[in-house]
Design a protein around this ligand. Structure first.
Ligand code: KMH
Ligand code: ZN
Length: 309
């Protein structure tokens, strides 16, 4: 870890949660833009963005859907924009990579291995849904493989690397760290790189402190000083995992993409509230949060003026 400063990434809306789960899930371009701007103002240095259909709230990976909010966010904040190439696990990698290819962001996510992606336990929490697609989205995950083959990963790397886009490597288990090491060994990934270790997705590693320590020590052994370690805790584990990482010198990711909660049984009313809460944890430990430009320096990002939006 090059610096003691903590990069806060905020993931504004994602493709996991559905409109029925919380009235605070950003869905329209306006909501996504204003939530992203507020999250940056609260201290997020990187904004991880998905798009949604404004009427139904369904994940929408069309470049047009992203074009509806990207310029506004860029003009209003200095935060580094991170576009998803994960989209929804139901999409093909070609579809998923289109926004990052077109808009050439400073950062894009890249999922480092195929896996089960079990959202179906969420069905037990909701009896009715506002939209038909929501139940299908959750139930379909019982028989879903989130596909990220070596060929898929090569596709995204080759499609985006030439644009100067660098990656938030989503690693949901130690095997994904070894996959990442494979691409580093092939010279396809250059340091410094951001490892976003994901805890608590059903199909990936758990959220126990031993899971967090194991991912950290495995990444340290594989990558040494070549990487920056960040953590993402899904659902109720979000702040517990963030606190562990902040105490261990890592960076943190929050946002309604990964958790709709701000406390036990309490819905987060905004992404900015989650940023403020994790900032309190980080600063309470005597660490400082990184500005967007400090994050750019740590991750060798190309600068907000070199994007194609
Ligand atoms: N939803 C997170 C668990 C992506 O967008 O590429 C991981 C993620 C994947 O954000
Ligand atoms: Zn995402």
């Amino acid at each position: 870890m090059a610096s003691n400063k903590v990069i806060i990434t905020c993931a504004i809306t994602g493709a996991i949660h559905t409109p029925t789960m919380t009235p605070h899930l950003p869905i329209t371009a306006d909501q996504i833009a204003s939530e992203a701007i507020a999250a940056a103002e609260a201290g997020a240095a990187i904004l991880h963005l998905h798009a949604r259909n404004p009427e139904t709230g369904q994940p929408d990976q069309s470049p047009e859907a992203f074009a509806a909010f990207l310029p506004r966010i860029k003009q209003a904040t200095n935060a580094a924009i991170n576009l998803t190439t994960g989209g929804s696990p139901y999409m093909t990698v070609a579809e998923r990579a289109r926004p990052a290819m077109q808009f050439q962001p400073e950062v894009a996510s890249l999922n480092m291995g195929s896996m089960n992606f079990g959202l179906f336990p969420l069905l037990n929490k909701y009896k009715e849904f506002q939209h038909k697609w929501e139940r299908e989205h959750l139930e379909g995950s019982r028989d879903l493989v989130f596909r990220n083959s070596f060929k898929d990963i090569e596709y995204v790397l080759e499609a985006c690397y030439g644009n100067g886009t660098r990656f938030e490597f989503e690693c949901y288990d130690t095997s994904h760290l070894y996959n990442l090491a494979h691409f580093v060994d092939r010279g396809l990934i250059k340091p410094p790189f951001l490892v976003q270790s994901v805890f608590g997705i059903l199909g990936g590693i758990g959220t126990h402190p031993e899971d967090v320590a194991h991912m950290r020590r495995t990444a340290d052994r594989l990558f040494g000083d070549a990487y920056e370690w960040s953590v993402l805790g899904a659902g109720a584990a979000q702040f517990r995992v963030a606190a562990m990482a902040a105490a261990m010198g890592g960076h943190v990711r929050v946002g309604l993409e990964d958790s709709i909660w701000i406390g036990r049984g309490q819905l987060a009313e905004s992404n900015a509230d989650q940023v403020r809460k994790v900032r309190q944890i980080v600063e309470g430990l005597g660490r400082e949060i990184a500005t967007p430009d400090e994050a750019r320096a740590m991750l060798a990002l190309k600068g907000g003026d070199k994007v194609a939006f």
